[in-house]
Design a protein around this ligand. Structure first.
Ligand SMILES: [Zn+2]
Ligand SMILES: [Zn+2]
Length: 300
């Protein structure tokens, strides 16, 4: 029962809303915005946390727990199946090669890093595609229909988008795993903390949850070129700049592929941002969020 509504996410270190990541985000917000009480007060106000948009986030999260267990999990392919199939395919085409011998520490560090980098890259491109394809945008707009942001907004994602990101993860992780097994043998492993890839863990700990919040934490420009700051993702949620900052952790993809927007580029950085969709007033209904994307032209 606990698992069915997704409550296990709060105690699972591989999930964004793991209690430790929520606490660290709060600490960071308090540390940097202690002097700007109005910002902190607004985040914890009824207008933000009990807005119809936020209430849909909470309800949606609970219902998605059931949808994921009953509908999505049986449909998803596993990483192991993809990896096994790819190793066989590579061996079939390129034949057998002598395993390269490297120190286990380098092997594990390399594998951990590659998994992180390539998952971040494919996440960037799929996210960008969700915006540029009109069909996929119908599903992705469920995430963008949020008018206020809180950490649970991260999970306001249509099941079809969840499926696509699930396939993306299996293909990316499977392909990297297959290449490592092909060249280095089966003795690979990931450096994990609380069940999360170590690099992902660090990112989640340094305030990933502020991406979905009204706390405008941004980094100096020279860092925002490499790492997406929470404020840069908040910009992605505005009606005006949603075609920028598709990145999750690394900003280099946005930088290299021409979609990066720095926080400092905005002259009115002190003004509150307007989140949501440009062309409509969302009703924040649960049924609408699940079913409207299937009907072309129907507003959310
Ligand atoms: Zn988006
Ligand atoms: Zn978002």
């Amino acid at each position: 029962m606990f698992d069915l509504f997704g409550l296990d996410y709060f105690v699972d270190g591989s999930k964004r809303i793991f209690w430790l990541y929520l606490v660290s985000a709060l600490m960071i917000a308090l540390l940097f915005f202690w002097k700007q009480r109005a910002i902190l007060k607004m985040q914890f106000s009824k207008e933000v946390l009990w807005h119809p948009s936020a209430r849909l986030d909470y309800l949606y999260f609970g219902v998605m727990g059931i949808v994921k267990t009953l509908l999505l999990l049986p449909l998803l392919v596993g990483v192991n199946e993809v990896a096994l199939w790819m190793v066989m395919a590579i061996q079939e085409v390129f034949g057998y090669v002598e395993r390269i011998r490297v120190d286990r520490i380098w092997l594990i560090t390399g594998y951990t890093t590659m998994l992180f980098v390539f998952n971040d890259l494919t996440r960037y491109w799929l996210h960008r595609w969700m915006h540029t394809s009109s069909l996929l945008w119908r599903f992705h707009r469920v995430h963008h229909s949020a008018e206020v942001l809180n950490p649970m907004t991260f999970y306001r994602v249509h099941p079809i988008e969840n499926l696509l990101f699930g396939f993306r993860y299996a293909l990316t992780t499977g392909a990297i795993t297959a290449l490592f097994i092909y060249f280095f043998g089966a003795g690979i492993g990931v450096v994990e903390i609380f069940g999360a890839n170590m690099i992902v863990f660090i990112f989640m700990l340094i305030g990933a949850n502020l991406r979905h919040s009204h706390i405008p934490l941004h980094y100096p420009k020279r860092i925002e070129k490499w790492l997406i700051s929470p404020y840069q993702h908040q910009l992605h949620h505005t009606t005006r700049y949603s075609r920028y900052n598709y990145g999750s952790t690394l900003a280099v993809w946005d930088w290299w592929f021409g979609s990066l927007l720095y926080s400092k580029d905005l002259t009115y950085i002190d003004e509150p941002l307007r989140f949501g969709l440009l062309d409509e007033q969302p009703t924040h209904s649960l049924v609408g969020a699940f079913f409207n994307p299937f009907y072309k032209g129907i507003k959310l």
